[in-house]
Design a protein around this ligand. Structure first.
Ligand SMILES: [Zn+2]
Length: 99
């Protein structure tokens, strides 16, 4: 017997359980991925785990296309290189000037 969660995904419930949303794997995966994506250097999912750009060169390429929100989240990333931080601050100024 299959049920639908609140987002309409098909869920097979364990015996005796009534709440489809609590058991929806798709929703759980999407929520997890949304958390990973909060890091603006998120690169993709590999083997079920998050992958992030960690080297300065890749990060600098990304920063060039960041919006204000992404810049601000990027500034809170752990282990941010000094060159990357400087580029983000420059990017923020540039966006502000363009607005
Ligand atoms: Zn769902």
């Amino acid at each position: 017997m299959s049920y639908l969660c609140s987002k309409g995904h098909q869920v097979t419930l364990p015996h005796g359980s009534m709440n489809a949303s609590a058991w929806c794997r798709t929703c759980k995966r999407q929520a997890r991925e949304a958390r990973w994506r909060m890091n603006p250097f998120f690169a993709g999912v590999y083997n079920g785990g998050p992958c992030y750009h960690i080297d300065a060169t890749s990060r600098l390429e990304r920063v060039a296309r960041f919006n204000t929100d992404q810049c601000q989240r990027a500034l809170r990333v752990d282990g941010l290189q000094k060159t990357v931080r400087t580029a983000i601050e420059r990017r923020l100024r540039k966006i502000k000037e363009a607005a």
